[in-house]
Design a protein around this ligand. Structure first.
Ligand code: SF4
Ligand code: SF4
Length: 176
């Protein structure tokens, strides 16, 4: 059994309104119903692979008001969205949706995981998450598939219009 690290909580740094903020976010509405039974954590495949991810603990942190700790930590990005927890929660907390709500708040408050920034930049630069070059096109040719031209203009326009990518972000990385 894993031993979670015990940490002191600075009461003056708690944000008692954080749970209300989460409850007002789509997907977070049911958070205050949680009675900490732990069914979500016991059902979670990510929890089994990574001790740092514990849905019951994350919910408890939100209810306590540990806003900065929740939003700035990597663990809000680890949920795989499998909904095993959501199917089993006796209180209907909708934990998978809640994790999305937390990520949405995190992004709005400037905490976006660098792996997502990197993916957005790659999409803006290449139009896909895997750059296609001569090597890949030669392999395609062997299977009589047409070469793929790398053209990210449409995808980049979409990302810019959605506000997830600024034009200079791609240019800074050498994108066309
Ligand atoms: S299964 Fe539901 S009630 Fe139980 S700890 Fe998880 S969120 Fe809370
Ligand atoms: S939806 Fe997320 S929190 Fe729930 S069981 Fe799956 S990985 Fe774990």
């Amino acid at each position: 059994m894993s031993q979670e690290k015990r940490e002191k909580i600075a009461v003056d740094k708690l944000d008692p309104k954080f749970k209300d903020q989460v409850a007002q976010e789509r997907g977070g509405e049911m958070i205050v119903r949680c009675f900490a039974c732990g069914t979500c954590s016991a059902s979670c495949p990510v929890r089994q692979a990574n001790d740092r991810f514990n849905p019951r603990r994350i919910i408890h942190m939100v209810l306590l008001g540990l806003k900065d700790e929740v939003l700035s930590d990597d663990f809000v990005w680890l949920c795989a969205g499998c909904f095993s927890c959501q199917e089993r929660c006796p209180q209907g907390v909708k934990i998978g949706d809640l994790m999305t709500a937390l990520r949405n708040i995190a992004v709005r408050e400037g905490h976006i995981h660098p792996s997502f920034t990197a993916q957005m930049n790659l999409l803006g630069k290449a139009g896909r998450l895997m750059e296609i070059g001569d090597f890949e096109n030669k392999k395609r040719g062997r299977f009589k598939l047409p070469p793929i031209q790398q053209d990210a203009a449409e995808v980049r326009t979409l990302l810019e219009k959605c506000g997830v990518l600024q034009p200079e972000e791609v240019q800074d990385r050498g994108g066309g």
